[in-house]
Structure formats: structure tokens, C-alpha cells
Design a protein around this ligand. Structure first.
Ligand code: S3P
Length: 444
């Protein structure tokens, strides 16, 4: 396992662009596959998670053409709605919950059997949240204990359009149900009590699908999809991933003297909670040149080193920054006073149990934290004569965001931080180390 160490760095400075948005990249490949004609994707994230989706699309009959040089356009020749073919091999989704859950949705409306496997992290994550609604569509499942991977799915011969209220605020579950509904006649309805990222709804519309979104007045939304649309191949421009940008933003806020700008960042309001929270932590952060590109809001985000101050981060913001909590905990460790994070239950079922793994790692770095069932209080050291000690070797638990969060901490702590296994970083942020080094970060 490749270890990686970060150490106290000189001020971070300059402009950088992080790789493409992971959520949008998965969806572009999947919708390109069930559209007719050519889909051209620019800015696709070439991380392991998304490459798993590309391989699965090929295994089910799509032509997915990688660019000759990394970073170029990807092209998908699709099969049309209902056109997936039975794969002859296991679908190996690696570390990716999004790939696994969305694909189960897509397959649920096809009359064939497929076997899905994943790595140790993915094989420990709950799948019942998607197999439950997809069973109502008519798919059947044979799962490992606890409803987990590896599993065998047999899609429905006559998929049923369902109406489903999400029991958890999960864009993955919402998307799985909508993708299953693509090949069902009539209207598929999903009600979400709290709004979650809406990339599926937006992209389905972009490909010519009919999706109606209604605000329910209580913060919830009802999404209605007309089944059996004729989706047409489209150009997709993938913005830079705000979830990856978050590591740079926090690093600049905590490394004294820093001033960086991250360009072309996707700022979809259902994803941009991290900007609000950094503002609440008194970070010196501003959005420059906000614009719309291919239906998604984007902008350049400038952050300067900041005297962070503790705050309360409300549960209502959780879906809009669900993947950014680990690095936000790191930011709060450097803040003056306490930061209380609420509504964290979903963190326990990510690539690792991010609540306990972060609490344990922060303690090992000399940060005082209190962990509850679904909350965390971080006692920040800012404004005291102490600093974050660091000096720990932290296990990344097959979780890219744990690895990157502690490496960011090590850029500003007194002593270096070592991650036992840096390889998971490539699932979402290939080139992380080189990009951070280009801004002045110290690794070895
Ligand atoms: C994602 C949704 C989120 C997020 C994940 C990507 C998506 O998961 O954590 O990294 O692309 O739909 P949940 O929907 O399970 O919260």
C-alpha cells in the first residue's frame, strides 16, 4: 500500500482546476448509454470510480470511446432506452456506491440477470435502500448477508412505474428509481423529504426526457418522470468537482499566508453547502465570475488564509455538503472555539464510517472532539497558544476523502501526517498530489 506524508507548507498560491464532477460523470456515461446516437462528454472525471461505470456500460453493449490523450472528450454510442444487453462478466463497481446503486436502477428495467461485485468497502455498504424500491419495480435480487454486495439482480420483464417516498435523503436512491422508471410505461414518482443533488433530473431533461419537479412547500420535492422517453445523445460539459475543490479550499484557509483560486467549479446550489459552511466558519472566500454552462452553475472560488471561528452547522445543510464533512471537520480543528455539526447519520454508511474514522483520526492528531450518534463537536485550537499537533499515522480505510482530509490537515499541523494507503485517492481525484504541489503543498 502506498503511504503518503504531508507536512507544514509554505503559503499555497496560484490558480488550479480540479478534475470533473464525479456525480455528473457517472450520469453522463449512463444516460449516453440509454440514449440513441452519440454523446460527447468533455471534462469527464477519469478517476477509478467513473472508469468502473465506463467498463460496465461497455459490458452491457454500449460503445464507449476513451480519448487518445487523457483529458480529451469521451464519446458514447448509446443503445436507446431499454437497450442494455446482458453482461457476460461480473460488473465490478470497485469502490463506487454511486456506480453500483445507479446501475442497479438502470438494470432493474431490463429483462436479464447480472452479478455485481465491489471492493471490501463497497461490499460493506447498504444496498437495501435501492433493492427495496427496485423490487417494487419488479426486479428480483439475491444478495450477500445484510442485503449487501456481491449480489445478483434479475431485471423486470414488465417494469412497473412506481411512486416512492425516500426514507433517507439520498440522491443515489432517487436516481436509481428514476433510471428504473425510464423503461417503465407511465409515470414514475419520487418524493424526497429534503432536496438532494438534482443532476439526474437535469441531465434527463438535457437528453430529452420529461421530468417534472414540484416543490412541496415543506422543503420536500416531488419528481415525476414520464416513462419510455426517446432519449437522444447530447454533448455534456462536466464542471470541476466541488467535492474535490473542497480540499484545496480548506487547505488555503488553514495554511497561513495562502491565496488560491479554484476555477470552473460546479456550484449547483444542492452541492454548494461547503461554501456556506466555510463562510459560517469566517473563511475569507469569494465566488468570482459566476456563470452557467450546460445547465449547471459554475464559478471560480478564491480563498485566502483565514482566522476561522467555530459555528453551528445545521442538519438541514447535510445533503448539500454530505461528502465535504471530513475536510470541514479539519477546517474546524483550526478554528477558534467549538464547531458543532449536526445531522451526520449518513456519514456512517459512506466509503467508511466517516464520523468515527474522522473523530478517531482527529484525536490522534491532538484535536479534542466529541462524537455523538449523528453529531460531532470539534474543539478548535485557533486563537489559543496551542496548534493542531498532527504527527499521526492515519488509516484511510479504503476511503479517498479520509485520505485527502488528513493530508490537508498535515499541511498546517505542527508535525507531519502519514496516510497508510493513498491509493483510494485515485477513485475521485487523480493527480491530487501533483496539483497540491503545484500550489506549494509539501508531500513526501
Ligand atoms: C451521490 C450522492 C451522495 C454522495 C455520493 C454521490 C450521487 O450519496 O455521497 O458521493 O452522485 O448521487 P447519497 O445519495 O447516498 O447521499
Amino acid at each position: 500500500m502506498p503511504t503518503l506524508t504531508s507536512r507544514k507548507s509554505a503559503p499555497l498560491a496560484g490558480k488550479a482546476r480540479v478534475p470533473g464532477d464525479k456525480s455528473i460523470s457517472h450520469r453522463a456515461l449512463m444516460l449516453g448509454t440509454v440514449a440513441l446516437g452519440e454523446t460527447r462528454i468533455s471534462g469527464l472525471l477519469e478517476g477509478e470510480d467513473v472508469l468502473r461505470t465506463a467498463a460496465a456500460m461497455r459490458a452491457m453493449g454500449a460503445t464507449v470511446i476513451a480519448p487518445e490523450t487523457p483529458g480529451g472528450d469521451w464519446v458514447v454510442h448509446g443503445l436507446g432506452v431499454g437497450g442494455l444487453l446482458a453482461p457476460h462478466e461480473d460488473l465490478d463497481m470497485g469502490n463506487s456506491g454511486t456506480a453500483a446503486r445507479l446501475l442497479l436502477g438502470l438494470i432493474a428495467g431490463h429483462d436479464f440477470t447480472a452479478r455485481m461485485v465491489g471492493d471490501a468497502s463497497l461490499s460493506s455498504r447498504p444496498m437495501k435502500r435501492v433493492t427495496d424500491p427496485l423490487s417494487q419495480v419488479g426486479a428480483t435480487f439475491k444478495t450477500a448477508d445484510g442485503g449487501r454486495l456481491p449480489l445478483r439482480i434479475t431485471g423486470a420483464r414488465d417494469p412497473m412505474p412506481i411512486a416512492y417516498e425516500l426514507p433517507v435523503a439520498s440522491a443515489q436512491v432517487k436516481s436509481a428509481v428514476l433510471l428504473a422508471g425510464l423503461n417503465a410505461p407511465g409515470e414514475t414518482v419520487v418524493v424526497e423529504p429534503k432536496p438532494t443533488r438534482d443532476h439526474s433530473e437535469k441531465m434527463l431533461t438535457h437528453f430529452g426526457g420529461k421530468v417534472r419537479v414540484e416543490d412541496l412547500g415543506d422543503g420536500g420535492r416531488r419528481i415525476t418522470l414520464n416513462g419510455r422517453p426517446e432519449l437522444k445523445g447530447r454533448d455534456v460539459i462536466v464542471p470541476a468537482d466541488i467535492s474535490s475543490a473542497a480540499f484545496l479550499l480548506v487547505a488555503a484557509a488553514i495554511v497561513p499566508g495562502s491565496d488560491i483560486t479554484v476555477t470552473g467549479v460546479g456550484l449547483n446550489p444542492l452541492r454548494a453547502g461547503v461554501i456556506e459552511t466555510l463562510k459560517d466558519l469566517s473563511a475569507d472566500i469569494e465566488i468570482l465570475d459566476q456563470r452557467t454552462e450546460a445547465g449547471e452553475m459554475i464559478g471560480d472560488v478564491r480563498v485566502r488564509a483565514s482566522n476561522l471561528k467555530g459555528c453551528t452547522v445545521p442538519a438541514s445543510r447535510a445533503p448539500a455538503q454530505i461528502d465535504e464533512y471530513p475536510v470541514l471537520f479539519v477546517a474546524s480543528a483550526f478554528a477558534q472555539g467549538d464547531t458543532r455539526f449536526e445531522g451526520l447519520d449518513e456519514l456512517r454508511v459512506k466509503e467508511s464510517d466517516r464520523l468515527s474514522v474522522m473523530a478517531e483520526g482527529l484525536k490522534a492528531c491532538g484535536v479534542d472532539v466529541e462524537e455523538g450518534e449523528d453529531w460531532l463537536v470539534v474543539h478548535g485550537v485557533g486563537g489559543t497558544d496551542k496548534t493542531v499537533a498532527g504527527g499521526a499515522e492515519v488509516r484511510s480505510h479504503l476511503d479517498h476523502r479520509i485520505a485527502m482530509s488528513f493530508l490537508v490537515l498535515g499541511l498546517a499541523s505542527e508535525n507531519p501526517i502519514t496516510i497508510d494507503d493513498a491509493s483510494p485517492i485515485d477513485t475521485s481525484f487523480p493527480g491530487f498530489r501533483a496539483l497540491m504541489e503545484s500550489l506549494g503543498a509539501s508531500f513526501e
